[in-house]
Design a protein around this ligand. Structure first.
Ligand code: MIG
Length: 633
């Protein structure tokens, strides 16, 4: 059952598609207090598990930490953080009763989940205008399905988006892209997409291609497509200020950019230098910006990733001026501690600064809206701009769309990648823990940067990361500028990588089917074990394995130099060890088992009475023969 409670006059985020009439606030089920903001206090039972918050830091059970919904460009996903790129304002308190809470509010929200007081959940909304949805159901899964009905159907990518994807910041030109594809083909490792990061553009200008690096881009893209490879260019939120650049000139002329308080265009530096930021909250701006993707779809491009749309700001024009003034004031002085650190902090604080965000204004339907109140839907609306255009122009399931920032509602327009993680062993598990949360909020097409974005990967870490990625709908290897080569063929004995990626291709028909069912039924692909075995205490506390679909359970190896891992089986299951075209199965009884998994192997646990179809592997999704699968059970 869904109850909606409306406080004040909420900003219409359009996260919800199913009309629900609001209940009277006198029936509001939680202690609440209204002052500068809305504060809800909820008592938790000792054994309650709190699921949710989608793409966020820490565990599947969110208890014991404080989180903030505030879309943040933060490349250090360490345990002390409270925000990542997304604002997925849905939690599910699961115990004797099952209660879902969705706070539809696009500004900052603080979730103190037993951090200050062990058994108390305190939600602090930084405003008094919010819709609060309270959803109850028989089981956690029921609550999620109800919620998903409320927020509408998930984005479904094209079939080829289930293929393996290789990315790097950057493959700057056609020769490099060709070398990557040739490397994969020579090693006989399947591949479907190569990503183009910011360097394909001319001076980092959206919707341009640097002709020196990619001469005759449309012909080149067509040639790649003939080889079965899609190119996926990046699009950033900031628009370079440059006379003669049509996107900038049009945006400026039409008044489509975000403003300062005095009505002038807000300016901040990002990759292209000084930029303006389209006011994506406006329908007319979305339509305008969305249609700009045509510059690339006309060249045959069928996939995009929207980046830096929190929005990330390296510095604002104002902030930089202030900081440089301070520096010149201090020039020649003997800097004491206070002055030195003041200067240092002033430079460090230039990026993504609160003061800058507070100085941005949107103009929606004749109303001026301060950015702080709507920060969390900025990126979501950039992705909606693109998604709406693609759907209108090409229909559904034709264009691959990923976004870095997101809010609930954006799950209808695209998928997400989990941002700039590290080549750290702990980040295999961090990704695993985000998956069910993201699924709850409708983000089905998602996954982490496999191998880790920042830092240097090791061969074994990449293989173990890939063995998780075999199951994530988005299976993309990506790495940052300056890191060691992270393509599968760049390591010794690429045959091991082929074995792992082939397992993915063998599973694609099954994963595609599972994905479609989840999208159709408003269900999850990945569930915490607690959803399926609520009476099994060990299963409820398990944070290193996930249920996948109706049939199986995944349990990736996540430690270096480990020849396997301990797996907990809440019931008898079949262990399948998959590697290339080989499959080994072994029945295992309920309980703990140490399972040996070599670096070129992928473990999968299959429930009693279930079977998983496997097709023959192929180098491209288009070459898969999905007709006569072999079954494992
Ligand atoms: O500030 O375009 O998350 O995937 O490679 C970094 C360069 C900007 C952040 C994205 C990452 C991408 C990178 N971008």
């Amino acid at each position: 059952m869904i109850n909606k409670y409306t406080f004040g006059e909420p900003y219409p985020t359009e996260a919800v598609v199913q009309p629900v009439s609001a209940s009277g606030l006198e029936g509001f089920p939680f202690a609440c207090c209204l002052s500068d903001g809305l504060e809800l206090t909820i008592a938790m039972d000792r054994d309650d598990i709190v699921f949710g918050l989608g793409e966020s830091i820490r565990g599947i059970n969110k208890r014991g930490w404080v989180y903030e919904s505030w879309c943040s460009d933060d490349p250090y996903h360490t345990e002390d953080k409270i925000s990542l790129y997304a604002a997925h304002n849905f939690i599910l308190i699961s115990g004797r009763t099952q209660t879902g809470i969705f706070i539809d509010f696009p500004g900052r929200i603080r979730w103190d989940i037993g951090y200050t007081k062990t058994d108390e959940l305190k939600i602090t909304v930084s405003g008094t205008d919010a819709d609060v949805y309270v959803i109850t159901g028989e089981s956690p899964r029921d609550v999620v399905r109800e919620f998903r009905g409320l927020i509408g159907p998930s984005y479904v990518p094209p079939f080829w988006a289930f293929g393996f994807q290789q990315s790097r910041w950057s493959y700057p030109d056609a020769e490099t892209v060709d070398r990557i594809i040739a490397g994969y083909d020579a090693a006989q490792i399947p591949l479907d997409c190569v990503y183009l990061d910011i360097d394909y553009m001319k001076d980092y200008k959206d919707f341009t291609v640097d002709e020196r690096k990619f001469p005759d881009f449309a012909d080149y893209a067509a040639e790649k497509k003939k080889q079965g490879i899609r190119l996926i260019p990046i699009i950033d939120a900031g628009i370079r200020e440059e006379d003669g650049y049509s996107v900038y000139e049009e945006g400026k002329r039409l008044g489509y950019f975000c403003k300062n308080a005095d009505g002038s265009d807000f300016e901040a530096g990002v990759w292209p230098g000084m930029c303006c930021f389209p006011d994506f909250l406006r329908a007319d701006v979305r339509e305008w910006f969305g249609s700009r993707y045509r510059a690339l779809t006309d060249a045959g491009i069928e996939g995009f990733w929207n980046d830096m749309n929190e929005p990330a700001l390296f510095y604002s024009a104002d902030g930089l001026r202030r900081t440089l003034d301070l520096a010149s004031q201090l020039k020649g002085q003997n800097l004491d501690l206070g002055k030195f650190f003041g200067l240092k902090d002033a430079f460090a604080g230039l990026s993504n600064s609160e003061r800058d965000y507070a100085s941005i204004f949107h103009h929606v339907n004749g109303r001026q809206v301060g950015h702080m109140q709507v920060h969390n839907i900025y990126g979501a609306n950039m992705t909606r701009a693109a998604g709406d255009f693609f759907e209108k122009e090409f229909g559904r399931e034709k264009i691959l769309m990923l976004s870095r920032a997101s809010y609930i509602g954006a799950h209808r327009s695209g998928g997400i990648w989990f941002g700039d993680n590290h080549s750290w062993w702990s980040h295999i598990l961090l990704a695993l823990k985000m998956l069910p949360g993201a699924n709850m909020c409708g983000f089905l097409y998602c996954g982490p940067d496999l191998g880790g974005f920042n830092g240097n990967v090791s061969r074994d870490l990449l293989l173990r990361f890939l063995a998780l990625g075999v199951f994530t709908p988005l299976m993309r290897c990506h790495s940052a500028l300056g890191t060691r080569d992270q393509e599968c063929f760049a390591f010794e004995d690429p045959g091991d990588f082929r074995d792992v990626v082939q397992v993915r291709y063998r599973l694609i028909p099954y994963l595609w089917d599972t994905f479609r069912k989840a999208a159709q039924n408003g269900d999850m692909i990945f569930r915490p074990l607690a959803f399926d075995y609520p009476d099994d205490m060990i299963a409820c506390e398990c944070e290193t394995q996930l249920m996948l679909g109706e049939e199986c359970m995944i349990a990736p190896v996540f430690e270096q130099n480990a020849s396997g891992r301990t797996v907990y089986l809440p019931e008898d299951m079949t262990l399948a060890i998959l590697s290339g075209e080989s499959v080994r199965t072994e029945p295992l009884e309920k309980g703990f088992h140490y399972v040996r998994v070599a670096l070129n192997e992928v473990p999968l646990l299959i429930k009693k009475g279930k079977k998983i179809p496997l097709c023959r592997p192929a180098l491209r999704t288009a070459l898969l023969d999905t007709e006569k699968p072999e079954y494992i059970m």
